[in-house]
Design a protein around this ligand. Structure first.
Ligand code: G6P
Ligand code: MG
Length: 220
């Protein structure tokens, strides 16, 4: 009946959300159109396939299956060229303090990400071994806002969903946590993440007091 924490990766632990944006935008530009940062919010937390479908719709483009797959591969290669340069200095400020606290107090925590690159990134930033469980885009069949990724993580941590706290920067991820009956903590803009139970601009705004309060809460 213990508490457990689940962290999204992109935009929560590291700022790879900006690399996804750059890589998708290049793809769109190469196909002859553009999209805005506001539209990009709809891509956060969304799988690679679903993201490309949305982008093509915005640009009124249709691709053959072969070309669709080719474009996804190009995007990923471009994205990975940014990831290649990453090291642990890219861990966002305030994140280590929270992970240290959880470890010191034996609170289990997992990664819950839609990315198929999550394990690569965790290794690059030297956090791979610290998670009690890792659930990523290679482990799930349903994309956020489906709660599958978080429910699998909860199970791996032996925690009941209502005892789980989820940190997310995406609208789809906050919805997934809420549908899963978990406590949802938004990292980002309050106006964008208004469905979250709590929102912080970033982890430096999260005090240990707040973490302790979450741990005492019976339910959300
Ligand atoms: C995360 C990001 C999305 C990305 C998805 C799939 O959820 O927020 O922007 O599209 O993962 O990532 P991948 O690394 O597998 O392309
Ligand atoms: Mg994210």
């Amino acid at each position: 009946n213990h508490k457990a924490f689940i962290f999204d990766l992109d935009g929560v632990i590291v700022d790879t959300a900006k690399f996804h944006f750059l890589a998708w935008r290049k793809l769109a530009n190469d196909l002859g159109f553009d999209f805005t940062e506001e539209q990009n919010e709809q891509l956060k937390g969304v799988s690679r396939v679903e993201s490309l479908k949305k982008i093509l719709k915005w640009g009124n483009k249709e691709l053959s299956e072969e070309e669709f797959n080719r474009q996804m591969a190009i995007k990923n290669e471009n994205y990975l060229s940014y990831v290649d340069e990453m090291d642990k200095s890219e861990i966002l400020p305030g994140v280590p303090k929270v992970l240290d606290y959880l470890e010191e107090h034996d609170i289990p925590f997992a990664l819950g990400s839609a990315s198929k690159n999550a394990r690569t990134i965790l290794k690059k930033i030297d956090l791979y071994k610290r998670f009690d469980a890792i659930v990523d885009g290679t482990d799930v069949s349903k994309a956020k806002p489906d709660p599958e990724v978080f429910l699998i993580a909860a199970k791996k941590l032996n925690a009941r969903p209502e005892n789980c706290v989820v940190f997310e920067d995406s609208v789809a991820g906050i919805q997934a946590a809420n549908i899963g009956e978990m406590t949802s903590i938004g990292i980002g803009d309050k106006k964008v993440l208004q469905e979250a139970d709590h929102v912080f601009a970033d982890f430096t705004e999260i005090e240990i007091d707040f973490i302790e309060k979450l741990l005492r809460n019976k339910e959300k």
